[in-house]
Design a protein. Sequence first.
Length: 388
Amino acid sequence: MSLQTPPPTPAPAPSDPIVVRATGSSEFLAMVPHLAGFRPRDSLVLVPFAGKRTAGAMRIDLPGADTDPARLPELAAAFIGALTRVRAADRVAIVVYTDDPYRDDHDRIARAAFVEALVRCAEAATYTIVDALCVASDGWGCYVEPDGPYAGRPLEEIRPEDLDWPSDADHPLLEDQSAGCELPASDLAERERVAREVAAMTLRLDDLTLPAVFEDVVTREQELPPRSLALLTLALDRPAIRDIALSQWCGGLREGQEIQRFNLAWAAGEVSDFAGPLRLAGEGDRPDPARLRRALEIVKRVAAAAPRARRAGPLAAAAWLSWALGRSTHAAHFVDLAREIDPDHGLSDIIATMLANAYLPAWIYERAAAGPAPRNRADRRRAARARR
């Protein structure tokens, strides 16, 4: 995608179907942050549906208010094009989150021209429009019926916190799409201990205990001691070893062992094609999101404690794991941090290229269904008008 705009950010979907009935647009809007995992700001959110069930949510930065109107159809086509990768989806709800007032200077709903372009592109791609809604700074409403009963309604009607949604104490609703990028605290004493361990440690690709170590850190909940932090610092700073860890955290212990054998053969000059999925390119079955989230927290912990000269590797690993989870905003943040330390860091460059081209793992688009589309009488009437 050769557009100066961040790529779509599909949010992780629940691992099991969740049936939640939205009886109206305000309740549907209360669902969207739970589908996304955060409260969107200055965003376009596309909620695809496969039949009557949601297939997660895709967040995209809104085009700037000063964007040339002639570019809006191009942007809309690119965003709907990304939506087409969601398998089996045949319907979509469009939600705009903006800090602008609900009505613009021409008494139109904020970003109405952009939404009209999105609706045209979605219908051209044979999607049925479930709804098209705006959540602005001073109210919310519906683009399909701009002067109907859902016109400039109070924001107090949208209450995600009151929704009966299956909760995950380890994965709470974030305040916005940028929340959660912070590295955990690490004091000077810990960083000095880790630096001493790093200086005294040697790590070899042919160490057959490496996959067991990577499995242990991602499956236990105990705090990592300085020696473990140092080992992971070195591992994530060595591409051939880092690839073992990242692939294994996606596919399990056996996959890590296979990657290690392949990398050892490659280092010995035995050039061949890898028979398994290339995890770093986003291939293979959808990984367990909880396992990836645990791995992400680990590498953020490593990045916080690592010596600055060794920190680019863990930061790039955090970027890749964020990308693997569909968190492009977070991935871009960690890429920037890694490049501040090493402007030519290889994995960071690869991730930056994937983000610039809106390339995401195939498994992001193969998510579990999460809940039915709102289908009360008013919603059906607005959807029919949008189709016409």
